[in-house]
Ligand binder design. Structure first.
Ligand code: UD1
Length: 387
């Protein structure tokens, strides 16, 4: 069997890694195509190295551009590769422009399409990612669901249940695989912060960083938060460019703007943090799994399970709202981590079972999530305020 995976942006790489390992273990010929949507070494190469992903078989070198330019460039450059490789299945990951471009190319070539992380919905059509999710799911034959609520979203759009496979969350597979190595790195010590007594920030969504007034308000909130605890902010290239355009950005005081960090360092920083402030999708999930309080600066999330069962809270992009929420969240780190169904490190193995053996992972009829998730005790760093 031959499977072709298409990845392009930073959050795709963590999802690809465990799927690649499982497919190769089962003797599948796995062809990896990197579209080049993310091209800075710190946003791409470092992830391939740290996650033991083999070098891509094809690098399309697409780079940045408008949404149409980026999507079209991936489609144009990917089509001949897919025609040449003739895979039995094209796998796409997440919700970036490379995802929808790959699904369109494969579906129009009448090839089978699989979507890893299917069924998530924010219902916010101003987000390019929501468009990418809906279109990709509609074109996919195999939909790999990270959480139970995704099934209701797909069902509402008329997607047949026999295409859905509730496999769990592949991001968490990678987290489980990497956590022991990441904790040994002790990134907090290298960044000169003390376990559970600092915050980690990531912001890159257009709604938060492209409007100068919103970006300034967010930076002011973070600078004020930095009066309370050290704040480490690895800055995405998009955000860096926007900050440089601001006149006298409020980035003084304890707010520490740093280059994007590799996956293992980020995991080490997040696992030991007292608080994460973000607009990323992946971090909402990682903090929930780790039991770290998370404030998501967005009006909605396509990952509501992280709010109902995890540690995530949505917050408006307003200084006082962020500071009040941060004050409530700091020190609230629980010694037990939430348990979310099938976020157990085995999602990629289930995907491989579906792909190779035609196995089904159904939803046992019940689409609703259980009202109370059980909690399990684990050894994690102590909450802020504990001596
Ligand atoms: C993309 C995804 C988003 C994901 C994010 C993770 C889409 C629509 N968005 O957003 O879902 O959460 O990746 O990082 O696909 N740039 C560089 N170097 C890089 C990458 C980007 O300088 O390696 C700059 C470019 O100037 C580019 C800008 O960042 O124009 C934005 O990059 P882009 O690929 O459009 O999307 P992201 O904002 O990274």
């Amino acid at each position: 069997m031959r499977v072709l995976s298409v990845v392009g942006a930073r959050p795709n790489f963590m999802k690809l890694a465990p799927v690649d390992r499982e497919l190769v273990r089962r003797g599948v010929e796995h062809v990896i195509v990197h579209t080049g949507q993310h091209y800075d070494p710190g946003m791409s190469d470092a992830f391939f190295e740290q996650l033991w992903i083999p070098a891509p078989d094809h690098d399309l070198g697409v780079g940045s551009g408008s949404h149409a330019q980026q999507t079209a460039a991936v489609m144009q450059r990917l089509e001949p590769v897919v025609v040449e490789v003739q895979p039995d299945l094209v796998l796409t990951y997440g919700d970036v422009n490379s995802t929808v471009a790959a699904a369109l190319v494969a579906a129009k070539l009448q090839m089978r399409v699989g979507h890893v992380e299917a069924g998530l919905r924010s219902r916010d059509w101003t987000m390019p990612e929501e468009i990418n999710r809906v279109v990709t799911d509609r074109l996919s034959d195999l939909l790999f669901l990270p959480s139970r609520d995704a099934a209701a979203n797909l069902e509402a759009e008329g997607i047949p249940a026999d295409r859905m496979h509730f496999v769990g969350n592949v991001m968490i597979d990678t987290l489980c695989w990497a956590l022991p190595q990441a904790l040994l790195l002790d990134a907090p010590a290298r960044f000169d912060v003390e376990g559970c007594r600092y915050a980690v920030v990531t912001l890159h969504r257009p709604a938060n960083v492209d409007d100068p007034a919103v970006l300034r308000e967010l930076l002011e909130a973070l600078a004020r938060l930095a009066d309370r605890v050290p704040v480490l902010f690895p800055v995405h290239p998009r955000t860096r460019a926007r900050i440089l355009e601001l006149r006298r950005p409020p980035t003084d005081r304890g707010l520490r703007l740093i280059e994007p960090v590799g996956y293992l360092d980020m995991l080490s920083l997040v696992a030991n943090a007292g608080l994460v402030v973000t607009d990323s999708g992946g971090l909402q999930e990682e903090t929930s799994f780790l039991g770290v309080p998370c404030l998501t600066v967005r009006p909605n999330t396509e990952r509501p399970i992280t709010c109902t069962h995890g540690t995530n809270r949505l917050v408006q992009p307003q200084r006082d709202a962020i500071l009040a929420a941060a004050e409530r969240a700091l020190g609230r780190r629980s010694p037990a981590r939430p348990v979310i169904e099938r976020w157990d490190g085995q999602a990629a193995a289930r995907i491989a079972q579906v792909v190779c053996d035609g196995e089904r992972f159904e939803l046992d009829g019940a689409l609703a999530a259980p009202a109370h998730a059980p909690r399990r005790a684990v050894a994690i760093p102590q909450p802020l305020g504990a001596s």
